[in-house]
Structure formats: C-alpha cells, structure tokens
Design a protein around this ligand. Structure first.
Ligand code: PFF
Length: 454
C-alpha cells in the first residue's frame, strides 16, 4: 500500500483533475446546450448546479478515493465490505470504459479537423455539412484518427501516475489555458460578433423550464466528470494534505471558466455568419464553425489559419486529457484488483476501447443500419447507456453512500484533514444536507426525465 503512486504536488493533482473535467463537454457540448436552451439564462442555472450539486458530489468522490487510496472498485469494497454498495465501484469502472469507447471517436474527429486547419484545407471547404458527413461515414479515415488518439492516451497511461498523468497534465493544461484566449480574440474580431455576445450575456428567463434545468444538471455532471470513477481514482493518488473541498472548488472553477470561454469563442463567431442558427446542435463545432473559418480565411487568411488551428488544438488538448482520465480508473482496477502488470492492464483497456470504438465510429457509415437496442446505433447506444443511465444512477448512489452510509466522523475527518483544516460548521451541514436530500432527488429527476424522453 505504501508504494502506491501519488501525485507529487498540489498543482499536479489540480491540473490532472481539471484535465479530466475540461473536455469535449466544455468546448463541444456546453455551447450546444447553451444554444439550444436559450443562452445566458441557461449559463446561470448551470453555474448554480455546479455550485450546489457538482461541488458536493465531487468532494464526495475525492473523499472516497483519498481515504481508501484504492481503485474505485476496491475503494467501495474497503468502505462497505460485502454490501450492495460495492456495485457502485464496479459501475464507476464500467461507465468509464463505456465512455472511452465513443469519446475516442469524437477525439479522432478533432484531430482530423486540426490537421485540416494546419494544412489550411479547412479554409476551402465549400459545403461543411457534406464534408463532415463524407468524413464521418467513410470507413477508414475516422478509424485511423481514433486509433491515433487511443495510442496517445495509452502512451501517457503506461508511464504511470507521476511520469505519465501528472507530467502531461502539467504540460497540456497550462498550454490549453493559455491558448484559449486566442480563439476568443479571433471570434470577437469577426464582423457582427456583437450579436453573439448579446445572446451570451442577456438572460432570457422566459426560456427556462424544467427541461432546461434538467439539461443544465446533466451537463454539469458530465462536464465535471462525476460519477464515473475518474475523480475517485485520481483522488486515490492525492496526498494526505490535499484540501478536498478547495480542490473541488478549483477544478469546478477552471472547468466552468473554460466552458464559458468556449461560449465566447463560438457564439460571436456563429452570429457573424448570419445564416447559421446558434441552436444548430452538435454540428456547431464540426459543421457551423468551419463556415466561420472559411469566411475568416477568405477575408484575412492568416486570421483564419490562427483561429482554426488554435480552436481545434484547444479541443484536442481538452479531449486528450479527459481520455487519459477515463482510461485510468479501468487500468487501475485491472492492475490492482487482478494483479496484472500496469502495462498489461493498459493494453487490455486500450484494445477493448479500440474494438468497441470501431463499432461506434462505423455507426456513422457502414454500420449505421445496425441498431443493437432501441433503434440506436452503437455510438448512440454507448453514449446513452453511460451518460444517460449509468451516470445519474452513479450520482445518486454516491450521494446516498456518503450522505447516509459512511460514518459521519470519517466524512468530517477527511474533509477537515483530520481536524487540521477549519471548515465552518454551516458548510459541513450544508454539504451533508445536499448529499442526503437534494442531490439524490435532483439527480433522480434528471434520470426520470431522460427515461421519459425515450
Ligand atoms: N468531463 C469530460 C468532458 O467535459 O468532456 C468528459 C468526461 C471525462 C466524462 C471523464 C467522463 C469522465 F469520466
């Protein structure tokens, strides 16, 4: 147990956890949700969900991981031996594995678009929807890009916690946080961008209904990487002096800042190309934005180049650091629970993700007619089962577990670092109240709503 890997510094553990949180969910999914749910009002509700639910569940995952210093499955086994709670440890590991199988497909698209931006060919796409459709439905090219992203992730994971995850998070995250300003400035410099700013800054509360609130909650969970074993596994590498609540606050702040900045990149740019709607859906990043880049290229070529390269680089860095964090809980589980060598465990995780990733990728082409369940393609099925079913179920179980099952003194010892940190009593009370009542009820509502939409 003593030789178990640890992050070497507080900065390292914050950047690694923030790397997990900041991902496609921020740059791709968040603006899509903002566009579809009415702009600024959605952002305010999202921030409220992050503060009330996100921070509590994240602190709880940190607490479980740091207390046990074990992979997610063994963590629950240690805390509640021979009980049904162990199921959550298992669920966390498998949710992560499921997510990896389709997340790598979209990360592969990002890499392809980065290459197109670097070569400047993105500036000459005339019909971006047809281009996207032709690329994603072709059999080999998306697979090749997906495989490259999985190999990159694997390469970091086999290097271990300090020389892999921590070292690369300390390089990739600062680069990401630095370059994000460039596409924001480029977007603001587009003609007609003010309209987009107005959309982001002026809340229209008439758009708010229960669906919007539930979408905001679901987005907060996905974006903060909650309920999937990732943050719990990372926390098992935290030192005893890490401040759990403060770390959760820093990670949530970085994640939300990147999400809002992504809105500032996308909407001013999108509004400058007047014929596209801000609620264009998931195509926003791969169909709508190439139109913007093409326009920028045709007026000021270097601006188009910088804008597109920086944007897709940002997206790729965000996606890769998240992929690393999705890979780790499964690798750690196979390595520690089954006593496999870490490299063997990582090979198994990568190989299985590759196999199912192929099915998910081909869902956009030759396998589009194969609908294993509920008329969904493989891609939609993996997304649905992990993000829409396992994630809320996991969130409810974690809240109930820490709120009701864990010994109150253990919880307080962990969040106060054995009494050495002063946490105001009202905060501890609020935290426990949210876990006992608010989080399970609220997440339960997301879940029921999602099932009802089927
Ligand atoms: N939080 C990541 C994002 O916003 O893209 C996605 C993610 C990472 C989901 C890690 C799940 C996970 F375990």
């Amino acid at each position: 147990m003593n030789e178990r890997a640890k992050f070497s510094s507080k900065l390292g553990l914050i950047l690694a956890s923030a790397g997990s949180a900041v991902g496609l969910g921020n740059v791709w999914r968040f603006p899509t949700e903002v566009g579809e749910n009415g702009g600024a009002a959605f952002i305010l509700i999202y921030i409220l969900c992050v503060i009330v639910l996100g921070l509590s569940v994240m602190t709880s995952e940190f607490l479980i991981g740091r207390h046990t210093h074990a992979n997610t499955f063994d963590a629950y086994k240690q805390l509640a031996p021979r009980s049904g709670w162990v199921f959550q440890g298992f669920l966390g590991v498998f949710t992560a594995w499921f997510i990896l199988c389709y997340y790598c497909v979209v990360t592969g698209w990002t890499l392809k678009y980065l290459v197109d931006a670097l070569t400047g060919s993105i500036g000459s796409i005339t019909d971006s929807a047809a281009y996207f459709q032709a690329f994603t439905s072709s059999p080999w090219l998306p697979l090749a890009f997906m495989a490259v992203t999985l190999v990159m992730t694997h390469w970091v994971i086999v290097r271990g916690v300090q020389d892999g995850i921590e070292k690369y998070s300390k390089i990739l995250m600062p680069v990401l946080l630095l370059i994000i300003a460039v596409p924001v400035i480029c977007s603001f410099s587009m003609p007609g961008s003010k309209e987009g700013l107005r959309f982001l800054l002026r809340p229209d509360f008439s758009k708010i209904n229960s669906d919007v609130i539930l979408s905001a909650m679901g987005q907060a969970f996905f974006s903060l990487s909650l309920a999937m074993g990732c943050l719990c596994t990372y926390a098992s590498y935290f030192g005893d002096d890490a401040k759990l609540m403060k770390t959760a606050g820093s990670v949530a702040a970085i994640d939300t800042t990147v999400a809002v900045m992504s809105g500032f990149i996308i909407f001013p740019a999108v509004f400058s190309v007047s014929e596209v709607a801000p609620d264009a859906g998931p195509g926003l990043v791969f169909i709508t934005l190439p139109n913007v880049f093409q326009m920028a290229f045709s007026s000021v070529p270097w601006l188009g180049w910088i804008f597109s390269v920086m944007f897709y680089l940002l997206l790729l860095l965000a996606a890769l650091t998240s992929m690393i964090s999705i890979h780790e809980p499964v690798t750690a589980f196979l390595h520690e629970h089954y006593h496999l060598r870490r490299s063997t465990a990582a090979v198994i995780v990568t190989a299985v993700a590759m196999l199912f990733g192929v099915l998910c990728s081909l869902s956009f082409g030759v396998l589009n007619h194969v609908r294993p369940l509920m008329d969904m393609t493989f891609f939609d099925f993996f997304d649905f089962i992990s993000a829409k079913i396992f994630l809320p179920v996991g969130g409810i179980i974690i809240s109930l577990f820490v709120g009701w099952k864990l010994d109150r003194s253990l919880v307080i010892e962990e969040i106060t670092n054995h009494g050495t940190l002063h946490i105001p009593v009202w905060l501890v009370r609020a935290y426990l109240f949210i876990l006992k009542w608010i989080a399970p009820l609220a997440i339960g509502l997301i879940f029921i709503n999602e099932l009802a939409l089927l």
